[in-house]
Design a protein around this ligand. Structure first.
Ligand code: NAD
Length: 396
C-alpha cells in the first residue's frame, strides 16, 4: 500500500514502516558515532521501549555498550490493510538491527501494568538473560487498570487550585489561540497519580527483585519533567506534577530496597522533546517550538537519543551528578538562563502571523511527523510499502 500521514491534532493514525526504520537507524547511527560506553549495563529491561525516551533508552545501551535488551510496550500490530502503530515498526527495526550485531533483543507487547505481563517478563529474563542489571521505566499512558482490583484509573493534564489560561498553538491550523483549562478535583488528581506516579515502577522492581532476576548492583531510572514557569500550572504544579512527586517518593523507596545489594534508583529530569506523550499536553507544543528555535541557534538542540546518550554517558555509567533534590538533570541545557530568558521574552510577542518567524514551528511539525515515520530522507513515500513487519514477541 501507499502510506500517507493521517493526522488530526496530536494523533496520527498511520505509520510508515520504512520511515520508522529510517528514524530508528538514524538514532543507532548517532550512538555508534559516539565513543563506546565502558562500564555500561549489559542486560537491560525497558518498560515503555517503543517510542520517545524509552526507545532511545533501548538503543543507547544496545549500541553503545552491546547490551541485550527486553522491551515492553503497548502497540498495535499491522494487518494486510492497516498499518501498525509507529512503536511497532520502531521495535521491529530495532530488533533487526540489534540481532544483526549478535545481541539478544525480544519484546513483550501488552499492558505493562498487569501482573500477567510482569510474570511473563520475569520468566523471559530468567530463561534468556539470567538477570537484568538495568531497568528503565519510561511509560506514558492515559489509563491504568489496577492489577489487584481491576479498577480503571485515568490520568488528566489539568491545573490544581485554579483555572489556567495560556497561549497555545493549534497545530492543525498553525494558529495561536488561547486555551483555558479548569482545575482538577481531588479524584482526578488521585487518578493521575495512580496512572503516572511511581506505584507501577515499584511493582516492577518488586516483581523482578523477589524473583531473583534483578542483579546485585542494578540501576533503575524513571523520567520526569519540570520545564519553565509558564507551563507549571499544567505540568509541574498540575495533576501530572503530583504524579511526578509520587514518582520521586517511589524512587526513594526503591533506592532503600536496592541499596543493601548495591543497587541504585534515580529519577532523571529530561528536556522537552516532541513525542506522542508531550504533543498531547496543552501549551507545551508552542513552548517546544520557541525552545527549539533558540536551542538550535545556540547549537544546544537535542532530541531523545542525544539526551539519553548523555544520561548513560555522563551519569548512569559512573557516579551521577544530582541536584539538591537528588535527581539527575539532563534538562540542564533547556533550563539555562540564556535559553529560558529568551523564551520568556518572545512568548508574549508570538502571534499567528509571526509564528514561523519567531519559533521553530516547522521543526516541531516535521519532528511530529517523523514520530510516525514520515519525512525521513532516503524513503520513497510514493512506493508501495508492505505494512507487515514482524517482532520477536514473548507470548503470554
Ligand atoms: P511516549 O508516548 O513516546 O512513550 C510511551 C511508551 O509507553 C511507549 O513505548 C508505549 O507503548 C508505552 N506504553 C503506554 N502505555 C502502556 C501500557 N499500558 N503497557 C505497556 N506500555 C505502554 O512517551 P515519552 O514522551 O517518551 O515519555 C516517557 C517518559 O518520559 C514519561 O514518564 C514522561 O513523563 C517522561 N518525559 C517526557 C518528556 C517529553 O518532552 N516527551 C520530557 C521529560 C520527561
Amino acid at each position: 500500500m501507499i502510506i500517507t500521514p493521517k493526522t488530526r491534532g496530536f494523533i496520527c493514525t498511520t505509520a510508515h514502516p520504512d520511515g520508522c526504520a529510517a528514524h530508528v537507524q538514524g538514532q543507532i547511527d548517532f550512538v555508534k558515532a559516539q565513543p563506546r560506553l565502558e562500564g555500561g549495563p549489559k542486560k537491560v529491561l525497558v518498560v515503555g521501549a517503543s517510542t520517545g525516551y524509552g526507545l532511545a533508552s533501548r538503543i543507547v545501551p544496545a549500541f553503545a555498550s552491546g547490551a541485550d535488551t527486553l522491551g515492553v510496550f503497548f502497540e498495535k500490530p499491522p494487518t494486510e490493510r492497516k498499518t501498525a502503530s509507529a512503536g511497532w515498526y520502531n521495535s521491529a527495526a530495532f530488533e533487526a538491527a540489534a540481532k544483526d550485531e549478535g545481541l539478544y533483543a525480544r519484546s513483550i507487547n501488552g499492558d505493562a501494568f498487569s501482573n500477567e505481563l510482569k510474570a511473563a517478563a520475569v520468566a523471559e529474563i530468567a530463561r534468556a538473560m539470567g538477570q537484568v542489571d538495568c531497568v528503565v521505566y519510561s511509560l506514558a499512558s492515559p489509563r491504568r487498570t489496577d492489577p489487584e482490583t481491576g479498577e480503571v484509573y485515568k490520568s488528566c493534564l489539568k491545573p490544581i487550585g485554579g483555572t489556567y489560561t495560556q497561549k497555545n498553538v493549534d497545530t492543525d491550523k498553525a494558529e495561536i489561540e488561547e486555551v483555558t483549562i479548569e482545575p482538577a478535583d481531588e479524584d482526578e488528581i488521585a487518578q493521575t497519580v495512580k496512572v503516572m506516579g511511581g506505584e507501577d515502577w515499584e511493582l516492577w522492581i518488586d516483581a523482578l527483585a523477589s524473583a531473583g532476576v534483578l542483579a546485585d548492583g542494578a540501576t533503575t531510572v524513571a523520567y520526569s519533567y519540570i520545564g519553565p514557569e509558564l507551563t507549571w500550572p499544567v505540568y509541574k504544579d498540575g495533576t501530572i506534577g503530583r504524579a511526578k512527586i509520587h514518582l520521586e517518593e517511589s524512587c526513594a523507596r526503591i533506592a532503600d530496597r536496592l541499596s543493601p545489594s548495591g543497587g541504585r534508583a534515580f529519577v532523571s529530569v529530561n528536556k522537552a522533546v516532541v513525542t506522542q506523550a508531550s504533543s498531547a499536553i496543552p501549551v507545551v507544543p508552542l513552548y517546544i517550538s520557541l525552545l527549539f528555535k533558540k536551542m538550535k541557534a545556540e547549537g544546544l538542540h537535542e532530541d531523545c537519543i542525544e539526551q539519553i546518550r548523555r544520561l548513560f554517558g555522563d551519569h548512569l555509567c559512573g557516579e551521577p551528578g544530582l541536584d539538591d533534590a537528588g535527581r539527575i538533570r539532563i534538562d540542564d541545557w533547556e533550563m539555562r538562563d540564556g535559553v529560558q530568558s529568551h523564551v520568556a521574552e518572545v512568548w508574549p510577542q508570538v502571534t499567528t502571523a509571526n509564528l514561523r518567524e519567531l519559533s521553530d514551528f516547522d521543526g516541531y511539525q516535521s519532528n511530529f511527523l517523523k514520530l510516525f515515520g514520515f519525512g525521513l530522507g532516503g524513503v520513497d513515500y510514493d512506493a508501495e510499502a508492505d505494512p507487515l513487519r514482524g517482532i520477536d514477541l514473548v507470548e503470554f
